[in-house]
Design a protein around this ligand. Structure first.
Ligand SMILES: *Cc1c(COP(=O)(O)O)cnc(C)c1O
Length: 396
Protein backbone atom coordinates (compact mmCIF):
# COMPACT_ATOMS: atom_id res chain seq x y z
CA UNK A 1 0.00 0.00 0.00
CA UNK A 2 1.27 3.46 -0.88
CA UNK A 3 1.49 5.48 2.28
CA UNK A 4 0.24 9.07 2.38
CA UNK A 5 2.50 11.10 4.61
CA UNK A 6 0.55 13.95 6.19
CA UNK A 7 2.71 14.61 9.24
CA UNK A 8 5.20 17.19 7.98
CA UNK A 9 4.94 19.25 11.17
CA UNK A 10 6.43 16.31 13.11
CA UNK A 11 9.27 15.88 10.65
CA UNK A 12 9.93 15.85 6.92
CA UNK A 13 11.73 13.37 4.70
CA UNK A 14 15.20 14.51 3.72
CA UNK A 15 15.43 16.04 0.26
CA UNK A 16 17.57 14.44 -2.41
CA UNK A 17 19.76 17.53 -2.69
CA UNK A 18 20.37 17.73 1.08
CA UNK A 19 21.23 14.01 1.16
CA UNK A 20 23.69 14.33 -1.73
CA UNK A 21 25.25 17.41 -0.16
CA UNK A 22 25.76 15.52 3.10
CA UNK A 23 27.40 12.55 1.41
CA UNK A 24 29.64 14.84 -0.58
CA UNK A 25 30.54 16.70 2.60
CA UNK A 26 31.47 13.46 4.40
CA UNK A 27 33.76 12.51 1.52
CA UNK A 28 35.39 15.86 0.88
CA UNK A 29 35.46 17.62 4.23
CA UNK A 30 36.53 14.88 6.61
CA UNK A 31 38.93 17.10 8.54
CA UNK A 32 38.17 18.67 11.91
CA UNK A 33 37.47 22.38 11.37
CA UNK A 34 39.59 23.14 14.45
CA UNK A 35 42.70 21.49 12.94
CA UNK A 36 45.41 23.65 11.45
CA UNK A 37 46.25 21.31 8.55
CA UNK A 38 44.78 21.61 5.09
CA UNK A 39 41.90 19.08 5.44
CA UNK A 40 40.95 20.84 8.68
CA UNK A 41 41.07 24.26 7.09
CA UNK A 42 39.04 23.06 4.12
CA UNK A 43 36.38 21.85 6.55
CA UNK A 44 36.55 25.18 8.39
CA UNK A 45 35.94 27.01 5.11
CA UNK A 46 32.99 24.79 4.31
CA UNK A 47 31.61 25.45 7.79
CA UNK A 48 31.97 29.21 7.25
CA UNK A 49 30.18 28.94 3.93
CA UNK A 50 27.24 27.11 5.51
CA UNK A 51 27.05 29.72 8.26
CA UNK A 52 26.92 32.46 5.64
CA UNK A 53 24.10 30.68 3.82
CA UNK A 54 22.01 30.23 6.96
CA UNK A 55 22.69 33.81 8.11
CA UNK A 56 21.80 35.23 4.71
CA UNK A 57 18.44 33.46 4.72
CA UNK A 58 17.38 35.40 7.82
CA UNK A 59 19.20 38.67 7.13
CA UNK A 60 21.67 38.05 9.95
CA UNK A 61 25.44 38.34 10.16
CA UNK A 62 27.27 34.97 10.06
CA UNK A 63 28.79 35.87 13.45
CA UNK A 64 25.28 35.81 14.88
CA UNK A 65 24.58 32.20 13.87
CA UNK A 66 25.35 29.31 16.25
CA UNK A 67 24.77 25.72 15.18
CA UNK A 68 22.97 23.53 17.70
CA UNK A 69 21.68 19.97 17.82
CA UNK A 70 18.19 21.07 16.79
CA UNK A 71 15.32 23.38 17.58
CA UNK A 72 14.90 22.24 21.19
CA UNK A 73 18.51 23.01 22.05
CA UNK A 74 18.31 26.41 20.35
CA UNK A 75 15.14 27.30 22.28
CA UNK A 76 16.71 26.18 25.56
CA UNK A 77 19.88 28.16 24.98
CA UNK A 78 17.97 31.25 23.85
CA UNK A 79 15.70 31.38 26.90
CA UNK A 80 18.48 30.68 29.37
CA UNK A 81 20.52 33.44 27.73
CA UNK A 82 17.69 35.97 27.83
CA UNK A 83 16.94 35.08 31.45
CA UNK A 84 20.57 35.41 32.57
CA UNK A 85 21.01 38.69 30.71
CA UNK A 86 17.90 40.09 32.38
CA UNK A 87 18.90 38.80 35.80
CA UNK A 88 22.08 40.89 35.69
CA UNK A 89 19.86 43.98 35.64
CA UNK A 90 17.48 42.61 38.26
CA UNK A 91 14.86 41.63 35.68
CA UNK A 92 13.27 38.30 36.53
CA UNK A 93 10.04 38.33 34.57
CA UNK A 94 9.43 36.57 31.24
CA UNK A 95 6.43 36.87 28.92
CA UNK A 96 5.46 34.01 26.62
CA UNK A 97 2.29 32.31 25.41
CA UNK A 98 0.24 29.35 26.55
CA UNK A 99 0.65 27.41 23.30
CA UNK A 100 4.42 27.41 22.80
CA UNK A 101 6.32 24.23 21.97
CA UNK A 102 7.41 22.27 25.04
CA UNK A 103 11.04 23.18 24.29
CA UNK A 104 10.02 26.71 25.31
CA UNK A 105 7.40 25.91 27.97
CA UNK A 106 9.57 23.42 29.81
CA UNK A 107 12.55 25.79 29.68
CA UNK A 108 10.28 28.40 31.26
CA UNK A 109 9.21 25.89 33.93
CA UNK A 110 12.86 25.44 34.81
CA UNK A 111 13.42 29.19 35.02
CA UNK A 112 10.33 29.51 37.20
CA UNK A 113 11.79 26.99 39.63
CA UNK A 114 14.90 29.17 39.67
CA UNK A 115 12.86 32.16 40.77
CA UNK A 116 11.75 33.78 37.52
CA UNK A 117 8.16 34.89 37.16
CA UNK A 118 6.45 33.73 33.98
CA UNK A 119 3.41 35.32 32.33
CA UNK A 120 1.75 33.15 29.66
CA UNK A 121 -0.45 35.19 27.35
CA UNK A 122 -3.78 33.83 26.09
CA UNK A 123 -4.14 32.92 22.41
CA UNK A 124 -7.95 33.09 22.26
CA UNK A 125 -10.20 30.90 20.14
CA UNK A 126 -8.38 31.78 16.93
CA UNK A 127 -4.90 30.81 18.15
CA UNK A 128 -3.44 34.29 17.70
CA UNK A 129 -1.37 36.33 20.11
CA UNK A 130 -2.50 39.96 20.43
CA UNK A 131 0.34 42.53 20.29
CA UNK A 132 -1.66 44.71 22.72
CA UNK A 133 -1.54 41.84 25.24
CA UNK A 134 2.24 41.70 24.86
CA UNK A 135 2.51 45.45 25.43
CA UNK A 136 0.29 45.24 28.51
CA UNK A 137 2.24 42.32 29.99
CA UNK A 138 5.67 43.96 29.76
CA UNK A 139 6.81 45.39 33.11
CA UNK A 140 9.85 47.25 34.43
CA UNK A 141 11.38 43.90 35.35
CA UNK A 142 10.58 42.01 32.13
CA UNK A 143 13.71 40.36 30.74
CA UNK A 144 12.31 38.78 27.63
CA UNK A 145 9.32 38.00 25.46
CA UNK A 146 9.15 34.63 23.66
CA UNK A 147 6.52 34.05 20.98
CA UNK A 148 6.57 31.34 18.33
CA UNK A 149 6.34 32.41 14.68
CA UNK A 150 3.93 29.64 13.68
CA UNK A 151 2.27 27.10 15.93
CA UNK A 152 3.22 23.49 15.24
CA UNK A 153 -0.17 21.98 16.13
CA UNK A 154 -2.70 24.36 14.60
CA UNK A 155 -0.46 26.27 12.19
CA UNK A 156 -1.47 29.82 13.13
CA UNK A 157 1.04 32.52 12.22
CA UNK A 158 1.73 35.20 14.81
CA UNK A 159 2.23 38.96 14.27
CA UNK A 160 5.98 38.73 14.85
CA UNK A 161 6.91 42.10 13.36
CA UNK A 162 4.43 44.02 15.55
CA UNK A 163 5.54 42.17 18.67
CA UNK A 164 9.20 42.77 17.76
CA UNK A 165 8.58 46.49 17.51
CA UNK A 166 6.93 46.59 20.92
CA UNK A 167 9.78 44.65 22.51
CA UNK A 168 12.49 46.81 20.97
CA UNK A 169 10.71 49.99 22.03
CA UNK A 170 10.40 48.73 25.61
CA UNK A 171 13.97 47.45 25.78
CA UNK A 172 12.99 43.80 26.20
CA UNK A 173 14.73 40.89 24.43
CA UNK A 174 12.57 39.08 21.88
CA UNK A 175 12.97 35.35 21.24
CA UNK A 176 11.15 33.63 18.39
CA UNK A 177 10.74 29.89 17.92
CA UNK A 178 10.70 29.91 14.11
CA UNK A 179 11.02 26.15 13.67
CA UNK A 180 7.75 25.74 11.74
CA UNK A 181 8.14 28.98 9.81
CA UNK A 182 11.69 28.55 8.51
CA UNK A 183 11.83 27.82 4.80
CA UNK A 184 8.17 28.77 4.39
CA UNK A 185 7.70 32.29 5.74
CA UNK A 186 10.01 35.30 5.56
CA UNK A 187 12.46 35.59 8.44
CA UNK A 188 14.19 38.96 8.65
CA UNK A 189 15.74 39.42 12.08
CA UNK A 190 16.53 43.10 11.41
CA UNK A 191 13.19 44.18 10.09
CA UNK A 192 11.27 42.07 12.61
CA UNK A 193 13.47 43.27 15.49
CA UNK A 194 14.22 39.76 16.70
CA UNK A 195 17.06 39.18 19.20
CA UNK A 196 17.08 35.38 19.45
CA UNK A 197 15.60 32.87 17.00
CA UNK A 198 15.56 29.09 16.69
CA UNK A 199 15.30 26.92 13.57
CA UNK A 200 15.58 23.17 12.99
CA UNK A 201 16.67 21.45 9.76
CA UNK A 202 14.38 18.42 9.87
CA UNK A 203 11.26 20.55 9.57
CA UNK A 204 12.32 21.77 6.10
CA UNK A 205 13.59 18.57 4.49
CA UNK A 206 17.02 18.71 6.12
CA UNK A 207 18.60 16.15 8.47
CA UNK A 208 17.64 15.46 12.13
CA UNK A 209 19.62 16.67 15.07
CA UNK A 210 20.82 19.94 13.62
CA UNK A 211 19.49 23.43 14.12
CA UNK A 212 20.65 26.98 14.47
CA UNK A 213 20.29 29.76 16.97
CA UNK A 214 20.43 33.35 15.85
CA UNK A 215 21.75 35.54 18.66
CA UNK A 216 21.99 39.27 18.03
CA UNK A 217 25.44 40.86 18.41
CA UNK A 218 25.98 42.18 21.91
CA UNK A 219 23.92 39.51 23.67
CA UNK A 220 26.11 37.20 25.73
CA UNK A 221 25.07 33.69 24.83
CA UNK A 222 25.06 31.27 27.78
CA UNK A 223 26.66 27.86 27.12
CA UNK A 224 24.67 24.68 27.55
CA UNK A 225 27.68 22.53 26.72
CA UNK A 226 31.18 23.24 28.01
CA UNK A 227 34.29 22.10 26.24
CA UNK A 228 36.20 23.31 23.21
CA UNK A 229 36.03 26.66 21.49
CA UNK A 230 33.62 25.65 18.73
CA UNK A 231 30.81 28.05 17.81
CA UNK A 232 32.77 31.01 19.19
CA UNK A 233 33.09 29.23 22.53
CA UNK A 234 29.33 28.99 23.02
CA UNK A 235 28.60 25.41 21.98
CA UNK A 236 31.40 22.92 22.49
CA UNK A 237 31.85 19.73 20.50
CA UNK A 238 33.31 18.95 17.08
CA UNK A 239 30.94 20.39 14.50
CA UNK A 240 28.58 18.00 12.69
CA UNK A 241 29.63 19.39 9.34
CA UNK A 242 27.64 16.98 7.10
CA UNK A 243 24.46 17.82 9.00
CA UNK A 244 25.25 21.54 8.94
CA UNK A 245 25.82 21.36 5.18
CA UNK A 246 22.58 19.41 4.78
CA UNK A 247 20.72 22.08 6.73
CA UNK A 248 22.22 24.95 4.73
CA UNK A 249 21.34 23.23 1.44
CA UNK A 250 17.81 22.32 2.55
CA UNK A 251 17.14 25.80 3.94
CA UNK A 252 18.32 27.50 0.75
CA UNK A 253 16.35 25.07 -1.43
CA UNK A 254 13.19 25.52 0.64
CA UNK A 255 13.42 29.29 0.44
CA UNK A 256 14.23 29.25 -3.27
CA UNK A 257 10.97 27.47 -4.05
CA UNK A 258 8.85 28.66 -1.13
CA UNK A 259 6.42 30.74 -3.19
CA UNK A 260 5.42 27.94 -5.55
CA UNK A 261 5.52 25.33 -2.77
CA UNK A 262 3.37 27.43 -0.45
CA UNK A 263 0.83 28.08 -3.18
CA UNK A 264 0.55 24.39 -4.04
CA UNK A 265 0.38 23.33 -0.40
CA UNK A 266 -2.16 26.00 0.56
CA UNK A 267 -4.49 24.85 -2.22
CA UNK A 268 -4.40 21.30 -0.81
CA UNK A 269 -4.84 22.64 2.72
CA UNK A 270 -7.97 24.51 1.66
CA UNK A 271 -9.23 21.40 -0.11
CA UNK A 272 -8.81 19.49 3.16
CA UNK A 273 -10.54 22.20 5.19
CA UNK A 274 -13.52 22.32 2.85
CA UNK A 275 -13.83 18.53 2.81
CA UNK A 276 -13.52 18.03 6.56
CA UNK A 277 -15.85 20.87 7.44
CA UNK A 278 -18.61 18.88 5.76
CA UNK A 279 -18.39 16.41 8.66
CA UNK A 280 -21.11 17.38 11.18
CA UNK A 281 -20.03 18.59 14.62
CA UNK A 282 -16.48 19.31 13.49
CA UNK A 283 -14.39 22.43 13.98
CA UNK A 284 -11.34 23.87 12.28
CA UNK A 285 -8.91 24.91 14.99
CA UNK A 286 -7.10 28.21 14.59
CA UNK A 287 -7.66 31.25 12.42
CA UNK A 288 -8.71 30.44 8.85
CA UNK A 289 -6.46 32.98 7.13
CA UNK A 290 -3.42 33.51 9.32
CA UNK A 291 -2.04 29.99 9.07
CA UNK A 292 0.85 28.08 7.57
CA UNK A 293 0.21 26.71 4.09
CA UNK A 294 0.56 23.12 5.28
CA UNK A 295 -1.20 22.66 8.63
CA UNK A 296 -4.84 21.73 9.23
CA UNK A 297 -6.17 20.87 12.67
CA UNK A 298 -9.72 19.68 13.34
CA UNK A 299 -11.75 18.52 16.30
CA UNK A 300 -14.52 15.97 15.83
CA UNK A 301 -16.97 15.67 18.64
CA UNK A 302 -17.61 12.30 20.24
CA UNK A 303 -14.43 10.49 19.19
CA UNK A 304 -10.94 9.83 20.54
CA UNK A 305 -8.12 11.28 18.45
CA UNK A 306 -5.96 8.21 19.13
CA UNK A 307 -8.53 5.80 17.68
CA UNK A 308 -8.90 8.00 14.64
CA UNK A 309 -5.13 7.98 14.11
CA UNK A 310 -4.87 4.21 14.35
CA UNK A 311 -7.68 3.68 11.87
CA UNK A 312 -6.18 6.20 9.47
CA UNK A 313 -2.81 4.50 9.79
CA UNK A 314 -4.41 1.19 8.85
CA UNK A 315 -5.81 2.95 5.77
CA UNK A 316 -2.37 4.22 4.79
CA UNK A 317 -2.55 7.77 6.16
CA UNK A 318 0.12 9.12 8.52
CA UNK A 319 -1.44 11.90 10.60
CA UNK A 320 -1.12 13.16 14.15
CA UNK A 321 -3.33 14.26 16.99
CA UNK A 322 -1.06 17.17 17.77
CA UNK A 323 2.54 17.42 18.77
CA UNK A 324 4.70 14.32 18.26
CA UNK A 325 6.05 14.94 21.73
CA UNK A 326 2.69 14.66 23.47
CA UNK A 327 1.02 11.97 21.43
CA UNK A 328 1.44 8.75 23.31
CA UNK A 329 0.11 10.51 26.40
CA UNK A 330 -3.62 10.66 26.95
CA UNK A 331 -3.67 14.27 28.12
CA UNK A 332 -5.32 16.55 25.61
CA UNK A 333 -3.01 18.93 23.81
CA UNK A 334 -2.03 22.06 25.75
CA UNK A 335 -2.43 23.99 22.50
CA UNK A 336 -6.08 23.03 22.06
CA UNK A 337 -6.78 23.70 25.74
CA UNK A 338 -5.17 27.14 25.26
CA UNK A 339 -7.74 27.81 22.53
CA UNK A 340 -10.38 27.29 25.19
CA UNK A 341 -11.65 23.95 23.93
CA UNK A 342 -13.16 21.70 26.60
CA UNK A 343 -11.19 18.51 27.40
CA UNK A 344 -13.72 16.19 25.80
CA UNK A 345 -13.56 18.10 22.51
CA UNK A 346 -9.78 18.56 22.58
CA UNK A 347 -9.46 14.76 22.83
CA UNK A 348 -10.99 14.29 19.40
CA UNK A 349 -8.39 16.21 17.45
CA UNK A 350 -6.59 15.50 14.19
CA UNK A 351 -3.61 17.32 12.72
CA UNK A 352 -2.86 16.89 9.05
CA UNK A 353 0.35 18.61 7.96
CA UNK A 354 1.11 18.42 4.29
CA UNK A 355 4.01 19.20 2.00
CA UNK A 356 4.40 20.01 -1.66
CA UNK A 357 5.02 16.36 -2.55
CA UNK A 358 1.46 15.53 -1.55
CA UNK A 359 -1.22 15.58 -4.25
CA UNK A 360 -4.85 16.74 -4.53
CA UNK A 361 -5.84 13.09 -5.12
CA UNK A 362 -4.28 12.22 -1.76
CA UNK A 363 -6.37 14.98 -0.15
CA UNK A 364 -9.52 13.42 -1.61
CA UNK A 365 -8.47 10.04 -0.20
CA UNK A 366 -7.82 11.60 3.21
CA UNK A 367 -11.19 13.42 3.26
CA UNK A 368 -13.06 10.26 2.28
CA UNK A 369 -11.32 8.13 4.88
CA UNK A 370 -11.52 10.62 7.74
CA UNK A 371 -15.23 11.00 7.04
CA UNK A 372 -15.75 7.22 7.09
CA UNK A 373 -13.66 6.60 10.20
CA UNK A 374 -15.26 9.45 12.17
CA UNK A 375 -18.68 8.09 11.33
CA UNK A 376 -17.62 4.52 12.22
CA UNK A 377 -16.13 5.60 15.57
CA UNK A 378 -19.18 7.68 16.41
CA UNK A 379 -21.47 4.72 15.76
CA UNK A 380 -19.58 2.78 18.42
CA UNK A 381 -19.20 5.63 20.89
CA UNK A 382 -21.39 5.79 24.01
CA UNK A 383 -20.51 9.48 24.28
CA UNK A 384 -21.83 10.10 20.76
CA UNK A 385 -25.04 8.29 21.62
CA UNK A 386 -25.60 10.61 24.58
CA UNK A 387 -25.01 13.60 22.31
CA UNK A 388 -27.39 12.29 19.69
CA UNK A 389 -30.19 11.44 22.11
CA UNK A 390 -29.87 14.88 23.63
CA UNK A 391 -28.79 13.52 27.01
CA UNK A 392 -25.75 15.78 26.65
CA UNK A 393 -25.62 18.98 24.64
CA UNK A 394 -23.43 19.19 21.55
CA UNK A 395 -20.44 21.42 22.09
CA UNK A 396 -19.54 21.72 18.43
C1 LIG B 1 9.87 20.49 16.07
C2 LIG B 1 9.78 21.75 16.84
C3 LIG B 1 10.75 22.08 17.81
C4 LIG B 1 11.84 21.14 18.20
O1 LIG B 1 12.81 20.99 17.20
P1 LIG B 1 13.78 19.70 17.26
O2 LIG B 1 14.79 19.98 16.19
O3 LIG B 1 12.95 18.53 16.97
O4 LIG B 1 14.39 19.70 18.61
C5 LIG B 1 10.62 23.29 18.47
N1 LIG B 1 9.63 24.14 18.18
C6 LIG B 1 8.69 23.87 17.24
C7 LIG B 1 7.63 24.87 16.95
C8 LIG B 1 8.74 22.67 16.55
O5 LIG B 1 7.80 22.40 15.64
Amino acid sequence: MKYIYADHAATTAISEEAKLEMMDCMDRFYGNPSSLHTPGQEAAEMLAECRETVAGLMNADPKEIYFTAGGSEADNQALLTAAKQGEKKGKRHIVSTAFEHHAVLHSLNRLEREGFEITLLPVYGDGLVRPADVAAAIREDTACVSVMYANNEIGTVQPIREIGEICRERGVLFHVDAVQAAGRLLIDVEDMKIDLLAISAHKFNGPRGIGALYCRKGIRLVNLIEGGAQERGKRAGTENLPAIAGMATAFAAAWEKHKAANEKTAAMRDQLIAGLEAIPHSRLNGDREKRLPGIVNFCFEGIEGESLLLHLDARGIAASSGSACTSGSLDPSHVLLALGLPHEVAHGSLRLSIGEENTPEEMDYIIRNVTEVVSYLRDMSPVWEELETGEKPHLL
